[in-house]
Ligand binder design. Structure first.
Ligand SMILES: NC(=O)c1ccc[n+]([C@@H]2O[C@H](COP(=O)([O-])OP(=O)(O)OC[C@H]3O[C@@H](n4cnc5c(N)ncnc54)[C@H](O)[C@@H]3O)[C@@H](O)[C@H]2O)c1
Length: 288
């Protein structure tokens, strides 16, 4: 895959999970990297979000690749915080070429839409949809001013294409990300800036890896992590693949941002072990 030497990537939600994998993969391939993360919890989200220490750990991992890293606490719902993080990136690293708008939350409230709280709706849409728009809004003027094109990857989900019970705000936000991506690809194409969406399926990160996530995925109230991993096999078609590792969507995000993908814009790229090809639940679990 392309060398990213001389390029700077800006990754939201870079404190851990897919965002960290993406940041380190860019660094491995020669890019300097900026990472932002919230560094505090959100009350409607029933699992902890990344901490300042997590963000510092990502910075160390990027620097261990011999690359520079700007790490900032910023909530993607806060335009001023994002603008200032992008300004700091350009001041310290000289430019910005790539955005991966990856930050996201899942509320796990198990509520049908008519019982979804206003707060859960506002937080999910705020982080998963508005946060992507705000991230693009912060980065686009710099890419346009530089005049050398660029790339944006917006993280959606398989739930950007499917309904899912008890997940109305998340599903609405992730569908919205695809519409936003299509519009951004049209508006920014004239500047040579490509915009694509990444659609991971269930990925082995802390968004899912807790008791509530294990129980919801497996349908067992006292599920173990093993029950959750086992249950996920019915979601995929590839043998011995249920939950996918964070490195899988990370590699796809880096490829979408690379010169190899220079004629790719306006697409939705599933990284889902075939999940979206299934007509429904797989009656033949993809294992063994
Ligand atoms: N893991 C999955 O199963 C899965 C599947 C499809 C899509 N996704 C999407 O992939 C992306 C990455 O998630 P992940 O799997 O790495 O989970 P994760 O929870 O490990 O990472 C998400 C990161 O976003 C950060 N974040 C949350 N709210 C933020 C805010 N307001 N401002 C800044 N940062 C914020 C979190 O602190 C965390 O570091 C998310 O957009 C998620 O919706 C995940």
């Amino acid at each position: 895959m392309s060398n990213f030497e001389g390029k700077v990537a800006f990754v939201t939600g870079g404190g851990r999970g897919q965002g960290r994998e993406i940041a380190v993969e860019f660094a491995r391939r020669g890019a300097d990297v900026a990472v932002v993360d919230i560094g505090t919890d959100i009350a409607s989200v029933p699992y902890p979000l990344a901490t300042q220490d997590d963000l510092e750990e990502t910075k160390s991992l990027v620097e261990a690749q011999g690359r520079r890293c700007v790490a900032r606490i910023a909530d993607v719902r806060d335009q001023q915080a994002l603008d200032s993080a992008v300004d700091a990136t350009v001041a310290e690293l000289g430019r910005v070429d790539i955005l991966v708008a990856n930050a996201g939350i899942y509320d796990w409230s198990s509520s049908p839409l008519w019982e979804t709280s206003d707060q859960a709706w506002t937080d999910q849409i705020g982080v998963c949809l508005e946060g992507v728009w705000r991230s693009a809004k912060a980065v686009a003027p710099h890419l346009i001013r530089q005049g050398e094109g660029g790339s944006m990857v917006f993280t959606s989900s398989n739930l950007g294409r499917e309904g899912a019970q008890f997940s109305a705000p998340y599903v609405a936000a992730k569908h919205g990300v695809i519409g936003l991506m299509r519009t951004a690809a049209l508006e920014l194409g004239v500047y040579g800036i490509r915009v694509n969406a990444l659609l991971p399926s269930t990925t082995d990160t802390k968004i899912n890896d807790h008791q509530t996530g294990w129980s919801r995925a497996s349908g067992k109230p006292d599920a173990t992590r093993e029950d959750y991993l086992e249950a996920l096999h019915v979601w995929t078609v590839l043998r011995n693949t249920g939950v996918i590792p964070a490195s899988a969507p990370a590699l796809a995000a880096v490829w979408l941002s690379s010169d190899e993908a220079r004629y790719v814009t306006g697409i939705e790229l599933p990284v889902d072990a075939g999940h979206l090809t299934l007509p429904g639940y797989n009656p033949w679990p993809a294992r063994g």
